[in-house]
Design a protein. Structure first.
Length: 197
């Protein structure tokens, strides 16, 4: 563990004796997500489309809300299969607006459907496009004070996706996506994940 992160209260030691980024120890759902998904390289067009959608739905809400509703989102959005969601129509929008198992926000729902249509038309696929913005590897942050919400790479990703027609996806959402999918590794240096990758 790094003294800097411990002094700042940025790490928490769980019942299992493992030091985690403090946010990753604050709820059972976070522990599982932190330990098995966040920061782990993720590939596949549909898998990355899911994360793109969920990060957009999270805007203005807690990530814990999204994690708890994730099974509902997967069911409602056809397991985030790009081709299936691209075929959604107005009746699907109305169905989704009536589904309490997801976040019922018309703008975010319509953006997710629209983004599936854009993703379906990409030359080379969504995986190739998103990963093209991954920065070079860098040392893990020593404390949360070293974790930034926006980077030049996330700004470039958001700008390029907007140019291609994607909606509801800015630089902060892009950086959150990059963190979540392992394009950047923002686990703190003292976090047990730092020794396991």
């Amino acid at each position: 563990m790094t003294a800097e992160a411990l002094e700042a209260g940025d790490l928490a030691v769980g019942e299992d004796g493992r030091a985690r980024c403090r946010w990753g120890a604050s709820a059972p759902e976070y522990i599982g997500y932190h330990d098995t998904e966040w920061g782990v390289p993720l590939h596949g067009d549909d898998a990355l489309y899911e994360r793109l959608c969920l990060e957009a739905f999270q805007s203005g809400l807690s990530w814990l809300t999204i994690l708890r509703k994730r099974p509902g989102f997967r069911r409602a959005f056809a397991d985030f299969r790009i081709g299936a969601v691209a075929d959604f129509d107005e009746s699907d929008v109305e169905r989704l607006l009536g589904d309490a198992s997801i976040v019922r926000n018309r703008a975010k729902i319509e953006a997710s459907i629209h983004n599936a249509r854009v993703a379906a038309e990409l030359d080379g696929g969504l995986d190739r496009l998103l990963w093209s913005f991954a920065p070079a590897s860098r040392p893990r942050p020593a404390s949360m004070a070293d974790v930034v919400p926006i980077t030049p790479e996330s700004t470039a990703m958001a700008k390029d996706l907007k140019r291609r027609g994607f909606k509801f996806f800015g630089p902060t959402t892009a950086h959150a996506l990059m963190q979540a999918t392992g394009m950047v590794d923002d686990h703190l240096a003292g976090c047990w994940r730092s020794t396991t990758g």
